[in-house]
Design a protein around this ligand. Structure first.
Ligand SMILES: [Zn+2]
Ligand SMILES: [Zn+2]
Length: 348
């Protein structure tokens, strides 16, 4: 089969690699589409040291079930030919976090597309634990399955923030996670949603999702937010995660607001302790998604087609994959989400 192999900073290419074979408890998938994530790009440039030379990346994917022993398929409720997305987080299943359904916090978790020793999605085929293959609603446009993973990050953040009907929500950052936060806030019944995003292309995409936008370079986020939302935000989803955005979150939010930190732009931040204590705001962390939040996002995605269509703004085949990484990493392309589509080799 062909795989997109990462060789080191800014070097990636399509190569022949051995076909994977499913062990007991695993299923074989033929890959239909895999999204290029910001974390893949940071791996590609070398900024993210969690990607290693020689590995295959790819964790936002949709494929067809092509193999697996019958008992495994039956136990997982999967059938051959079925379209599935993949929860890339593989927990140990025995620690306290895993037993809580929070495999994203498992100290021994392995992540598809990150761990170089496990099968990953920028390939014609991959094998995954059967329980990580999540069936998609029938009739859903296939490539929307590749969006479930980032959408689940936004949904988990909104759930961590206890987003509920009538909420007035400020989202900081309009990239793929910010977009996922917008859709999640709407899914949870938010009354108004405003996004702070400096990039024009991303702001236009977020507007198409039905949110108002402001440019944090051109206006005071707290003032514009209060004006456009009609009042201070009751929930802020920070999809950037910097001292600047957390400062905006505190300045723009109401007393007792919840501020969810889901972006991971800066490992250390400075913020006003008094803005948290005196106004009794809550600062809440969100990371990846729980098993349930991933599964429920896969089901919900079948109802959100009109919005999900807007999230994909580029598609390349194997011959365009390396170029797409180069263009996205250099900023030549301002695309928000590009999908790599292997051609139909291996499909019957
Ligand atoms: Zn991702
Ligand atoms: Zn565990």
């Amino acid at each position: 089969m062909r795989s997109l192999v990462f060789h080191g900073p800014r070097s990636i290419g399509v190569e022949e690699t051995p076909d994977p074979a499913p062990a007991t408890g695993e299923v074989l998938l033929s890959i239909r589409a895999t999204g290029i994530c910001g974390s893949d790009l940071h791996g590609y440039t070398g900024e993210n040291g969690r990607r290693h030379a020689g590995q295959v990346m790819g964790h936002e994917t949709v494929g067809h079930v092509r193999g697996g022993d019958p008992d495994t398929l039956t136990a997982a409720g999967l059938s051959l030919g079925e379209a599935v997305t993949v929860n890339p987080v593989i927990g140990c299943l025995s620690c306290e976090s895993c037993l809580d359904g929070a495999e994203q916090a498992c100290p021994d978790r392995r992540v598809i597309g990150v761990d170089p020793t496990i099968s990953s999605a920028f390939a014609d085929f991959m094998v995954v634990p059967a329980r990580n293959a999540v069936a998609l609603p029938s009739g859903m446009p296939e490539e929307h399955g590749a969006l479930v993973e980032p959408l689940a990050v936004g949904y988990h953040a909104a759930r961590r923030g206890r987003c509920s009907p009538g909420e007035v929500v400020l989202v900081l950052g309009g990239g793929p996670i910010g977009q996922a936060c917008v859709l999640a806030a709407r899914r949870c019944g938010a009354e108004r949603i405003l996004v702070s995003e400096p990039d024009e292309h991303r702001a236009a995409l977020v507007s198409a999702l039905g949110a108002d936008t402001i440019d944090p370079r051109a206006e005071n986020v707290a003032e514009s937010s209060k004006r456009l939302l009609g009042r201070p935000a009751t929930l802020v989803l920070d999809a950037v995660g910097s001292s600047t955005t957390l400062g905006d979150a505190l300045a723009a939010s109401a007393r007792a607001a919840r501020v969810v930190l889901v972006g991971m732009n800066e490992p250390d931040v400075a913020l006003s302790a008094y803005a948290i204590s005196t106004a009794e705001r809550e600062l809440i962390g969100a990371f990846c998604y729980s098993r349930d939040d991933f599964a429920s996002t896969a089901s919900w995605a079948g109802t959100a087609g009109e919005y999900l269509d807007r999230l994909v703004d580029g598609r390349v085949g194997w011959d365009g994959a390396a170029g797409a990484f180069a263009d996205l990493a250099s900023g030549t392309s301002s695309a928000s989400k590009v999908l790599v589509l292997p051609d139909d080799r291996g499909e019957q």
